[in-house]
Design a protein around this ligand. Structure first.
Ligand code: ADP
Length: 404
């Protein structure tokens, strides 16, 4: 099947047009600055030059119109007719407690998505706009929603409940949901395949380290705990997010600095993490450069980042009762030799030994543990778009079958 995979944000849409038969994109690109006079569409057909179009794209509907037009374009396109788009798969951030797997978009699903807006006020509305825009442009094309939260939906209550009055969980659905589920699912499955084992037999810890970062404990293919919580703010230190801290810290700062709820939210989400601690950058490459130049604050930010990952690995090994594989993915996990080395240092006690030479190996999937390491350590590039395309193909095929 040929599937258009969309990741719709508030002012941007990222897309890949994937042929599931070859498990690769025929074209990919993004629309940025939606809502502005000078919106930009960058489009790259596989194996060809990237093109850039600047124009007025006032909303998601027009953006989707542009994406379809460029896929059809005689010079830069990859299809001749809209009908060659067999289905559309959307990344949807928050499925709340309603969705524990990917779904075909129906009116009922749209209603449920709208009910979950309060849980992800920044992310779900543009996801919904994207679905509505596709419905207008491609009214007969089936669409699926693939949720960031779904993979974590089977966590047990002791992992998802917070220690607050239960009434608040019931009233406002305050609990751990976890995010990056599509990525944790993909890389844990790949790790099992690389080990030549059935995932149901394995205990795996997956570390998705990008601008946003989270870690998951996966027992027999099921996520039993993960570091992001009610929102993506909890857990690891991130590019601009603080991750774990004593909740009273923010109340204290709000009192001292007279911050509103919105300002406090911005402080924790946008001005904390690597950028907040280093005062330099939210970008790990720049943090590493500053650390190499003996910048003390950048070194401390780096150490805080890796130390917290180490702590979570310890915690999740305990939660899992042992560990068979550790997987690094995401922009930092896939590319930073230094982060992987630091995280894996002095972990022999867990049976986890990094091979420093293999750790230096260039891009791609690799087992980077020593031959005698009891725990396999992998670097596995994530591919959330492919997961969305494959889920969409499976769901749409079943749906079409049921219509026969
Ligand atoms: P997002 O969460 O926005 O998808 P990515 O997964 O693309 O983020 O990761 C972005 C992060 O990856 C940035 O902090 C960037 O510095 C880091 N990164 C990319 N390449 C390297 C590298 N070679 N060494 C260290 N960090 C890297």
């Amino acid at each position: 099947m040929k599937i258009l995979v969309l990741n719709c944000g508030s002012s941007s849409i990222k897309y890949q047009f994937i042929d599931t038969e070859i498990a690769a994109p025929l074209a990919k690109g993004q629309v940025e600055r939606i809502g502005m006079m000078s919106a930009v569409l960058t489009h790259q057909p596989a194996g060809k030059e990237k093109i850039r179009i600047v124009g007025e794209i006032l909303d998601h509907k027009i953006a989707i119109e542009y994406v379809i037009a460029v896929l059809l374009s005689p010079n830069h396109g990859v299809i001749q007719d809209k009908n060659e788009i067999d289905a559309v798969g959307h990344r949807v951030v928050h499925g709340g407690e309603t969705f524990s797997g990917s779904v075909l978009i129906t009116e009922n699903v749209m209603r449920a998505l709208k009910e979950n807006i309060e849980l992800a006020p920044l992310h779900n509305p543009p996801n919904i706009k994207g679905i509505e825009a596709v419905t207008i442009q491609l009214p007969n094309t089936p669409q699926c929603g693939v949720f960031d939260t779904a993979f974590h939906a089977k966590m047990p209550p002791h992992a998802y409940l917070y220690g607050i009055p239960r009434e608040l969980y019931k009233r406002y659905k305050i609990r751990r949901y976890g995010f990056h589920g599509t990525s944790h699912r993909f890389v844990s499955k790949r790790a099992a395949e690389l080990m030549g084992k059935d995932i149901t037999e394995l205990k795996i810890i997956t570390a998705h380290l990008g601008n946003g970062a989270s870690i998951a404990a996966i027992n027999g293919g099921i996520s039993i705990d993960t570091s992001m919580g009610f929102t993506p703010l909890e857990g690891l230190l991130m590019g601009t997010r603080c991750g774990d801290m004593d909740p009273s810290v923010i109340l204290y700062i709000m009192g001292k600095e007279g911050l509103s709820i919105g300002e406090a939210n911005t402080l924790m989400n946008k001005h904390s993490g690597l950028i907040g601690v280093s005062g330099e950058s939210s970008d790990m490459r720049e943090i590493e450069e500053a650390k190499a130049a003996n910048d003390k604050k950048a070194s401390e930010a780096f150490n805080l980042f890796t130390y917290r990952i180490k702590k979570y690995i310890g915690a999740y090994s305990a939660a899992l009762g042992g560990i068979d594989a550790l997987v690094f993915t995401g922009g930092i996990g896939e590319n930073s030799t230094l982060v992987r080395k630091d995280v894996c240092s002095n972990m022999d006690y867990l049976g986890l030994k990094l091979d420093e030479t293999k750790n230096e190996s260039p891009k791609g999937e690799a087992d980077i543990s020593t031959d005698d390491s009891k725990v396999r350590i992998f670097r596995i590039p994530t591919n959330e778009e492919l997961v969305i395309a494959l889920d969409t193909e499976e769901i749409v095929s079943k749906h079409l079958e049921s219509l026969k």
